[in-house]
Design a protein around this ligand. Structure first.
Ligand code: ADP
Length: 491
């Protein structure tokens, strides 16, 4: 099969969160199974160019219709750790992708509507006709809309779209200007409830809703979250649409790329270790402490890695920091915030705790440091309000770092409580799970974890080893994606 991924991220060259990991890891798995995969991305000025090999201009004169005029683009091509990627660069005064940031601009809907249009034009003009176009999140929600309303009439009638939703919270809203810009036009037609009109704001078009309505199949990134989005409040207003389209909606658990996340062969950690050499994990703990100037002692290290966003339960993260310190643990936080209030809050904490020998806050995005933390920490806390899949707990399991998670979304399906999981035998349990969103819930889970660490070190180690034995690679999920591609191709 010939598959083209159209996305706003691909790790490690463009990564803000799990979306980047998924686009890269899934593509690698598909290729390993003999499929042909290409990835279309925006050419941001702040992406990690050091991770691209052989970047060259592959298509110099791509003219993209925009607002009744045309924008001249160049398409660059290069390999990101073996994956063939095309980067679209518009030459216009809007500088859509020269903002020093991937997201967070006022005109994000226009930027990514343009990217979606340009990706389709690139496929059309360069005569690429993939069997499946796999689009991701709100940024590419308009791809299936434009494919079925415009491009299938220009020679792309056999292309099929799978639309994957990694986060329902961000849906992409715009007014009628988006219709005039992309050439979809026909306001009355698209502002219809059955098409792009937002379910709650009648004056707004919703990109993600468009993706759901027009794609051949839609999925989110865990079966449990698919259920939560349809029947709970995790669909952020799209529950009814998902219900209407439930015949083509499913959940597929994300995988982890074990070629990148593997403690036995990880170039960012000083000491490789595995199941049979687990004691060497302690050497990474030592290296982590030395790097972050934490004192050497016999305390456990509790870590948090993630976007500092309301979704991730920042209040609980904050509480966990101080509670862990009081309970005789060290704490390491690696995170960055786009919200200025959250950013200011954690910078204030960082200054306040600056010389503390048992805590380190690293307020940046740092892929290399993330590897060392997964390897060196004893526990990873993930107190999310909602979590479509969650990769941090899956990576932690691989590194023998015991996850302490809130029981929502993909976290429920991947972490099994040491004390209370009645559905699994003690040998199958992998971490600690709490359900409420108050401080007490975090405290009780942290207490159980820290007590086990101090009082029953052998059992704590056994728990870590049990987690390492699970296989959350792309093997299984890759197969599920291929089944869906096959299904929509032959429908
Ligand atoms: P989300 O997609 O909601 O951000 P996930 O748990 O699915 O959350 O994926 C997060 C990914 O981003 C993981 O690979 C994690 O290690 C990485 N990550 C998050 N924040 C940072 C950071 N500040 N520095 C390095 N890696 C980070």
């Amino acid at each position: 099969m010939y598959i083209v991924q159209i996305a706003s991220e691909c790790a490690p060259v463009i990564k803000a969160g799990g979306l980047g990991d998924v686009v890269y890891g899934l593509s690698r798995e598909l290729e390993a199974r003999g499929h042909s995969v290409e990835i279309i991305l925006p050419k941001y000025n702040n992406m990690r160019y050091d991770h691209i090999w052989g970047l060259h201009d592959a298509y110099r004169d791509l003219w993209v219709p925009w607002y009744g005029d045309r924008i001249h683009c160049s398409v660059f091509c290069g390999w990101v750790h073996g994956r063939l990627c095309f980067f679209i660069e518009p030459h216009s005064e809007d500088f859509y992708f020269d903002r020093g940031t991937y997201y967070g601009c006022d005109d994000d809907p226009l930027r990514f509507a343009f990217f979606s249009k340009a990706a389709l034009e690139f496929l059309l003009q360069s005569n690429k006709r993939p069997d499946v176009m796999h689009c991701h999140d709100w940024q590419t929600g308009l791809v299936p809309v434009m494919l079925y309303e415009m491009y299938q009439h220009h020679g792309m009638e056999h292309q099929r779209v799978l639309y994957s939703i990694h986060n329902f919270k961000h849906q992409g809203f715009a007014g009628s200007e988006i219709l005039w810009a992309t050439g979809l036009n026909r306001e009355a037609y698209y502002f219809h409830y059955e098409r792009l009109r937002d379910n709650f704001n009648p004056f707004s078009l919703n990109f993600m809703k468009g993706g759901i309505v027009y794609a051949n199949h839609v999925n989110t990134v865990s079966p449990h979250h698919a259920w939560e989005a349809m029947y709970g409040d995790c669909g952020f207003g799209l529950g009814h649409t998902l219900h209407q389209k439930s015949f083509k909606f499913s959940g597929i658990l994300n995988g982890v790329d074990y070629a990148i996340w593997n403690p036995e062969d990880d170039r960012y950690i000083p000491n490789a270790y595995g199941l049979s050499t687990f004691e060497d994990k302690a050497l990474n703990k030592k290296a982590l402490r030395e790097k972050l100037l934490l004192r050497a002692c016999d305390k456990p290290i509790v870590a948090f890695i993630g976007r500092l966003d309301d979704q991730k339960g920042v209040h609980l993260v904050h509480h966990a920091m101080y509670y862990a310190l009081n309970r005789g643990a060290q704490f390491i936080l690696l995170g960055s915030a786009t919200d200025s209030k959250i950013n200011d809050w954690f910078w204030h904490e960082k200054h306040h705790l600056n010389d503390h020998p048992d805590i380190h806050l690293e307020l940046s995005f740092n892929e290399e440091l993330a590897h060392l933390i997964y390897a060196g920490a004893d526990m990873m806390i993930v107190p999310s309000k909602f979590e479509p899949c969650g990769l941090t707990q899956l990576i932690s399991l691989r590194y023998g770092t015991v996850p302490i998670v809130r029981g929502v979304g993909g976290l429920v399906s991947t972490v099994f409580d040491w004390d209370y999981d009645s559905e699994r035998s003690p040998e199958e349990r992998t971490g600690f799970v709490f359900y409420d969103t108050d401080n007490y819930a975090v405290e009780s889970a942290l207490n159980r974890a820290i007590d086990l660490y101090y009082n029953e070190p052998k059992l704590f180690q056994q728990l870590a080893l049990q987690g390492m034995q699970y296989d959350y690679s792309w093997k299984h999920s890759g197969e599920e994606y291929i089944k869906i591609y096959d299904y929509i191709r032959h429908k």
